[in-house]
Design a protein around this ligand. Structure first.
Ligand SMILES: Cc1cc2nc3c(=O)[nH]c(=O)nc-3n(C[C@H](O)[C@H](O)[C@H](O)COP(=O)(O)OP(=O)(O)OC[C@H]3O[C@@H](n4cnc5c(N)ncnc54)[C@H](O)[C@@H]3O)c2cc1C
Length: 411
């Protein structure tokens, strides 16, 4: 039995705590927030084993540069003088190629499918977080974007993912009664979705039941190191003894790891979401409106709309109204009967996706400080990959053979 201290109580930290506590470890979670509103709460709630192509992919740089000049586009890099941004961009450029994509896809597939299996286990324990397997529709309204989506679907199909390629009529037959302006869709039948807010509440309750300690509203300040090992974590509230330290602080992980001499290249990708309740004819299957990269998720009586990726810094809490308008316009173009208007600032949630330049998460024991495990950088797929990442952290702590190969997720 070990004292495990987890810095960061997002979905990655809570899932790690769950599997560690289940194996009998003493677990403490340190989080600077009240654990109610971070990136793991307002996200689109999609569990997507279909999404196997990492963000670093061919064509992404050209597309990104084009999007930079459109204030409503789904992608933006906030320009600033920063070595961190320069190094991240340089690495992204290096990895945005076909060889990297083909190397990454099988590793992401194994991790994603493993995570979905673990979600199915959670769903057997509780229906409180509305887990559903209704698939994911990638909808498009132009031939150019359709070709890109069909290509991605065929690549996923080669790896054994179940994919249907649908024409307009076939899409409409899946959503009868909905006025939908799309020329076709790629349907990943094996994807799932849930209410992320409720899943986080469920995890929190499970952890409290398993006597996991929470040090919330307390920032990690420093470490006491002895013989190359972290012995104590000093927080703004109290100090915690530690046999194993897990860094899963999302976009904030680099500054924490740097105190231990561990270099991580992660930048926050800010995104927004908002919920609408009073829509008459609602989509029933989670969708991505591909031209605007807007996620549409039915969650109970609500529809959650989410999107945009602004590569920025963690102090940037500004709500960019042009990009919100971009989301609203995309929804209104795809669903002419919905006709959204801009939500008020109070209704808009934002979160920082922890993005690595490779587009792959980092799940690895540090070679520098040997009782430190890093699990972060899950970018657009942290909710999807949470359970698998948590289980892998437990296996690394217990020096067990990992359930999936983690070599591609090393630091
Ligand atoms: C609009 C949007 C839609 C998304 N949709 C999906 C989706 O459909 N499916 C999917 O799989 N993913 C989705 N994501 C991505 C997903 O939300 C993230 O990948 C995931 O939440 C990251 O989880 P995390 O635990 O790594 O980080 P976080 O949730 O950010 O948690 C990190 C925690 O660390 C804490 N922390 C930071 N610094 C310190 C410190 N110094 N001391 C103590 N604590 C600290 C923070 O307070 C925070 O609670 C979406 C993201 C956005 C923005």
């Amino acid at each position: 039995m070990k004292n495990c201290v987890i810095i960061g109580g997002g979905v990655i930290g809570l899932c790690s705590a769950y599997y560690l506590a289940k194996e009998g470890h003493e677990v403490t979670i340190v989080d600077q927030s009240d654990l109610k509103t971070g990136c793991s709460y307002g996200n689109a709630g999609m569990i997507v084993p279909s999404h196997l192509i990492p963000l670093a992919q061919p064509g992404m740089i050209t597309r990104g540069v084009k999007w930079m000049f459109n204030s409503k586009s789904p992608f933006y890099v906030k320009p600033r003088f920063s070595m961190e941004l320069f190094n991240w961009g340089r690495s992204f450029y290096k990895y945005a190629n076909q060889t990297h994509v083909h190397r990454s896809m099988p590793a992401l597939k194994d991790l994603s499918l493993f995570s979905k299996e673990l979600y199915q286990d959670f769903a057997k324990e509780s229906d409180s977080f509305q887990y559903q397997e209704r698939g994911l529709l990638m909808l498009f309204k132009t031939h150019k974007v359709g070709e890109e989506e069909i290509y991605a679907g065929k690549e996923a199909q080669k790896l054994g993912i179940e994919v249907d390629f649908l024409n307009k009529e076939e899409v409409l037959s899946l959503e009868p009664g909905l006025n939908l302006n799309a020329i076709g869709g790629v349907y990943y039948k094996g994807d799932a979705h849930l209410s992320p807010n409720q899943f986080m509440e469920f995890l929190r309750a499970e952890l409290e039941r398993m006597k996991v300690s929470f040090v919330s509203n307390a920032s990690m300040i420093d470490f006491k190191i002895n013989n190359g090992k972290v012995e104590e974590v000093v927080t703004s509230s109290r100090s915690v003894l530690c046999d194993e330290l897990i860094i899963s602080a999302g976009s904030w992980s680099p500054s924490i790891a740097s105190k231990l001499g561990i270099k991580l290249s992660i930048l926050p990708g800010k995104g927004y979401s908002f919920n609408i309740e009073d829509i008459r004819d609602k989509p029933t299957i989670p969708s991505i409106l591909c031209e605007g990269k807007v996620a549409v998720t039915p969650i109970g009586d609500k529809i959650r709309f989410g999107g945009t990726m602004e590569i920025t810094h963690t102090k940037d809490h500004m709500i960019n109204r042009n990009r919100i308008q971009g989301i609203v316009d995309t929804v209104n173009q795809f669903y002419p009967d919905i006709q959204l208007i801009q939500p008020s600032s109070r209704e808009i949630w934002h979160g920082f996706r922890p993005c690595t330049p490779t587009g792959l998460p980092l799940i690895s024991r540090s070679e520098k400080v040997n009782n430190v495990i890093v699990s972060t950088g899950h970018a657009m797929m942290g909710l999807s990959l949470g359970p698998a990442s948590g289980k892998l952290v437990q296996e690394l702590v217990d020096n067990q053979k990992t359930s999936v190969d983690v070599s591609q997720f090393s630091l």
